[in-house]
Design a protein around this ligand. Structure first.
Ligand code: ATP
Ligand code: MG
Length: 553
């Protein structure tokens, strides 16, 4: 496997398993699946699972199914289904079959009946709480249910009545009959069917009993002929139950489950349930708020699919949980955009600058490179009145090492001339409102003084043609400190800052969603929803400074 740097990366443990399976003839092809529950939008953690499952399929010339694990009627919705498909496509992957676990409800029901007939499942009247109480602990065995000895006939009858809707939610469940003394708590007569009279997003009210994940998932995998069923580490202890279901339901295809570490990112909420709370409680503007770690949020923020795939490749696949530095994700998009994003000049916090020896009423068009050292350029207008960044000016230079503009000092304006600050104008409160300069007319590129060296080059925007822009700056949703308690109390109150700035007119050609580098400021994209030439809205993707690459060495 070649990595981006051209180094050869070692094979991960799942690739080693697949290699061995193919070499031994246990499989002659690879079929994986990505099984989201349509109860929220996908996040960057799901991107890891997508890149893994679809990536392995590509790598081995196999295929990957998209399967909705829609066995939980109350929380699922068509809106989520649509978003999931959009996100997978956007990441650059295509599924072989699109499937719904709910399409196999009849098959799963038959499998449950088969277990009952084999004396391996029983209808239990204990409440959820009683089941929990009698389950035992890690050191003590559980207690057998008093309903465990029901006859096959009675169980068949009751299970049919459960399906027919004779009972209320929670009144009865179907449990596998395995071993209440098993050292693995998951094997202590786990519940495999429950009653729920909620409306299902696809089957409506046809079913009032629903299979539990541990029963449904292996059957879905077997039904589809999945060869390698890859899930996250917390299911490791469920694997014996997975195998038990496959064996005792006498499935023709025998899939195997493998577990990898889920992705955790610093300062990032990584759970659909919590992300939904942020949406429902109006903390963010929606699932695609550019601060959200959802794929749709990252897309709107300006992340590229390539940068996310690169990130997933770099974090690798391990068998131990860990927390990845969120700055690695930023590093990946910065690297991608540095190579591809056209350069523009935008001033975020404007300060007016007047060049008093530049002829009034004159405007010239200067050439600006689209990419450093690249072949294409665009025109940028220049005239007597400009905006520069407030941060680029101080009335008095604080030290000899200050290379921005100050009274009496010279700087170069990017793509233009060398200017010198003569004096300032202030308002009544004493704030500088205008910087008065002179320019060296012979200092433009190609002219006699073009090579004259001054320390410091500033970006700028010409006032008359400047395009007013709403500029949205983002920070992490969570504060840096690792305070205990509910994540709602750890929210960063400054995760969004809105500025009114100016951008050079070239920005009017932007497509919604298009990324740019604002020279010296960072990467920005035209907001996919709110941007129009009449109302320019730019989202900050990431700054230019990379504090992460140092830690990479
Ligand atoms: P959440 O806890 O955010 O609701 P989930 O695991 O319940 O996530 P599913 O829709 O069930 O979400 O997940 C679909 C697939 O994505 C599963 O195979 C799951 O293992 C994988 N997945 C979910 N979160 C992560 C993560 N943080 N890192 C890696 N894979 C993940
Ligand atoms: Mg889940």
């Amino acid at each position: 496997m070649e990595t981006k740097e051209g180094a050869v990366r070692s094979r991960n443990f799942i690739e080693e398993i697949i290699d061995a399976d193919l070499a031994a003839g246990r499989h002659d092809h690879v079929l994986t699946r990505f099984p989201p529950e349509p109860n929220g939008y996908l996040h960057i953690g799901h991107a890891k699972a997508i890149c893994l499952n679809f990536g392995l399929a590509q790598q081995y010339g196999g295929a990957c199914n998209l399967r909705y694990d829609d066995t939980n009627p109350a929380k699922e919705d068509e809106e989520y289904v649509r978003s999931i498909e959009e996100d997978i496509h956007w990441l650059g992957f295509a599924w072989k079959n699109k499937l719904y676990a709910s399409d196999y409800f009849e098959y799963m029901y038959e499998c449950a009946v088969r277990l009952i007939k084999k004396g391996l499942a029983f209808v239990c009247d204990l409440s959820a709480e009683q089941i929990r109480e009698t389950r035992g602990t890690l050191t003590e065995p559980g207690k057998e249910s008093p309903f465990r000895s029901r006859s096959v006939e009675e169980n068949l009858q009751l299970f049919e009545e459960m399906r027919a809707g004779r009972f209320a939610d929670g009144e009865k469940v179907l449990r596998a009959k395995i071993d209440m003394a098993s050292p693995n708590v998951n094997m202590r007569d786990p519940v495999i069917y429950r009653i729920s009279h909620a409306e299902h997003h696809r089957t409506g009210s046809k079913w009032v009993i629903y299979p539990m994940y541990d029963f449904a998932h292996p059957l879905e995998d077997a039904y589809e002929g999945i060869t390698h069923s890859i899930c996250t580490l917390e299911f490791e202890a469920h694997r014996p139950l997975y195998d038990w279901v496959i064996e005792n339901c006498e499935c023709e295809n025998v899939p195997h489950q493998y577990e990898f570490a889920r992705l955790n990112l610093t300062r990032t909420i990584m759970s659909k349930r919590y992300l939904k709370r942020l949406v429902d409680e109006g903390v963010v503007s929606g699932w695609d708020d550019p601060r959200m770690p959802t794929i749709s949020g990252l897309r709107r923020r300006g992340y590229t699919p390539a940068s996310i795939r690169d990130f997933c490749e770099r974090i690798g696949v391990a068998k131990a949980n860990s927390e990845v530095d969120a700055r690695l994700l930023e590093h990946c998009v910065r690297e991608d955009l540095n190579a591809h994003a056209p350069r523009l000049m935008g001033v975020l916090r404007p300060l007016k600058l007047v060049i008093e020896n530049y002829p009034e009423g004159r405007r010239e068009m200067l050439a600006a490179e689209d990419l450093p050292g690249g072949e294409t350029t665009h025109e940028v207008p220049f005239s007597r009145e400009l905006y520069i960044e407030q941060d680029d000016f101080m009335e008095e230079a604080p030290s000899k090492k200050y290379f921005r503009l100050a009274v009496g000092k010279e700087v170069r304006l990017k793509n233009a001339y060398i200017i010198k600050c003569e004096r300032v104008e202030k308002d009544e409160a004493g704030h500088v409102v205008k910087v008065i300069c002179t320019y060296d007319p012979l200092s433009k590129s190609g002219d006699v003084n073009a090579g004259r060296k001054v320390k410091g080059t500033l970006h700028w925007v010409e006032c008359q043609t400047a395009v007013p822009a709403e500029i949205r700056l983002y920070d992490y949703l969570l504060r840096e400190d690792d305070a205990e308690g509910d994540f709602m109390e750890r929210l960063n109150p400054n995760s969004l800052e809105v500025l009114q700035g100016f951008v050079e007119p070239e920005v009017l050609k932007a497509r919604p969603g298009q990324q740019f580098q604002f020279l010296r400021q960072g990467y920005f994209c035209a907001d996919a929803k709110d941007f129009s030439p009449e109302h320019v809205v730019m989202n900050q993707i990431v700054g230019l400074k990379d504090s992460f690459s140092k830690t990479l060495k």
